[in-house]
Every structure is written in structure tokens, then in C-alpha cells.
Design a protein around this ligand. Structure first.
Ligand code: ADP
Ligand code: MG
Length: 238
């Protein structure tokens, strides 16, 4: 644990079952984790190991079957849909594998979108979006639509959008899954440098070994259980 600070995310005895027909699938089995502010935490494991399920629970996108999740002192797993929406607007950012940009919106409009929900006025939204896009190297693409941009450019818009509200935690599920090696490195360097600059916590889901390199901590899942939990510079089995 780092110097007396409190965890930003706490997970206690988390279980998630899915019912598929007659079958009950235990996607997460008694997960316990403390994540500290500023950690770049990689959730690593093979396809089907429960990574996305865990990310979705941490972000309040899906409800656990049992157990508790806290972001700071907020009991995420016990909030109403309405309070969850407010929590996400105030504190969380998201980066998706398939970028999830709005096709009919320009780079500036896509980037500014989370600010609408925060009640920021139009002029200020645009100014903030332009500076966020410049920060990800897209100053020349401000008026472009997603269909006119490469995958790497689209994901950089996705990054600008995720960070524009200066969220406490950014969740990224396979953010480079559709990108080539060189673009992957650029995108990951960008995510890491923003996180460092604003002391943000990153939850990065991936099945790729190379991406775990960017993390300060790697939590490995297999079959819904934590089989390894390693911080840079130590090697403790959980
Ligand atoms: P990963 O992201 O590591 O590939 P997931 O978290 O998506 O794994 O899935 C974990 C397990 O839960 C898998 O066996 C998957 O088939 C199952 N699962 C995930 N979502 C659902 C769902 N909505 N309904 C039924 N089973 C699901
Ligand atoms: Mg997944």
C-alpha cells in the first residue's frame, strides 16, 4: 500500500453470476481489491476470464450478484440508476475498443459531449474541446467526422473525450484492440501521460501482454478469480 492514502476503489467479496438458459455462469468469484489513487491498474487475462464484467461492476454499469464496491466512500453497488449516472458524469471517464464516437458529430462535438451533461456552456465547451484535441495531436482535425479519420485518430478523439471532464478514474476496455502496434504505443503513452499529469487512476482491461507493460499494477484473472496481483517492483501472489 502506498503512503497512508486511502484506496479510491474498494471491492469486497464481489460475485457475479449470469443465468444463461438452465446454466448459471459464475463470471466473478469472491473478488477483493483495493486500488490506490494514481495507479494504472491493468486487469489482465484470457478472453472469458471476467475482465469486462469486473470493469462494468467497478464503473457501476452492471450490478453485482453479491458483494460491495466503493469509489471513495460511495457505495457504487447500492446506488440508484439516477445516482449512478451522476457519479459517472462527475468522476468517471470511459475509453472503448470501438471508440463509440457519434458518426454525425465532428471531432470537436464528440469531444465536448460529456461537458453538455455537466452543464458547461457552448462557447466554453468548444474551447475546452479544441484544447483537448490539440493535446492529443488532432489540432488539424477539429471539424472532421469519424468516418474521415483513421482508427488511431478516432481513438485519440475518444481519449480527448474521456479526459475532458478531468475524471478521477478512467476506464478503458481493450482500448487498443483495433489498432496496430505503433498506434497502440502512441495511444497508451497518451493515456499514461494524461493520467500522470492529473493524478488520475486508470483501469485498463486487456488480454495483451504488451499493454500490461504500461501499468503500475497488473491484476490477473482466470475463470473469474484473481490468480495474481503484482505491483511494479514487487511480486505478491494474491
Ligand atoms: P472477458 O472480458 O475477460 O473476455 P467477460 O467478463 O466478458 O470476459 O465474460 C466472463 C464470463 O461471463 C464469460 O464466460 C462470458 O461468457 C460470461 N458473460 C459475460 N456477460 C454475459 C451475459 N450478459 N450473459 C451471460 N453470460 C455472460
Ligand atoms: Mg472483455
Amino acid at each position: 500500500m502506498s503512503e497512508g492514502t486511502k484506496p479510491i476503489i474498494r471491492v469486497r467479496n464481489l460475485c457475479k453470476d449470469y443465468i444463461a438458459g438452465e446454466e448459471r455462469i459464475s463470471a466473478l468469484k469472491d473478488i477483493n481489491i483495493d486500488i490506490m489513487p494514481g495507479e494504472i491498474c491493468c486487469i489482465f487475462g484470457q478472453s472469458g476470464s471476467g475482465k469486462s464484467t469486473l470493469l462494468n461492476m467497478l464503473a457501476g454499469l452492471e450490478a453485482p450478484t453479491s458483494g460491495d464496491i466503493f469509489i471513495g466512500n460511495i457505495p457504487v453497488s447500492r446506488l440508484s440508476e439516477n445516482d449512478l449516472a451522476i457519479l459517472r458524469q462527475r468522476y468517471l471517464g470511459f475509453i472503448f475498443q470501438s471508440y463509440n464516437l457519434m458518426d454525425n458529430m465532428t471531432a470537436v462535438e464528440n469531444t465536448a459531449l460529456p461537458l453538455i451533461f455537466k452543464g458547461v456552456d457552448k462557447k466554453q465547451r468548444e474551447e475546452l474541446a479544441v484544447s483537448a484535441l490539440r493535446a492529443v495531436g488532432l489540432g488539424e482535425r477539429l471539424g472532421h467526422y469519424p468516418s474521415r479519420m483513421s482508427g488511431g485518430q478516432q481513438q485519440r478523439v475518444g481519449i480527448a473525450r474521456a479526459f475532458i471532464t478531468k475524471p478521477k478514474i478512467v476506464f478503458a476496455d481493450e482500448p487498443t484492440g483495433n489498432l496496430d502496434t505503433k498506434t497502440t504505443a502512441e495511444v497508451m503513452d497518451m493515456i499514461k501521460s494524461f493520467a500522470k499529469k492529473y493524478n488520475q487512476t486508470i483501469i485498463l482491461v486487456t488480454h495483451e501482454n504488451d499493454l500490461a507493460e504500461y501499468a503500475t499494477r497488473v491484476i490477473t484473472l482466470a475463470d473469474g478469480k484473481i490468480i495474481k496481483d503484482t505491483r511494479k517492483g514487487e511480486d505478491k501472489n494474491a
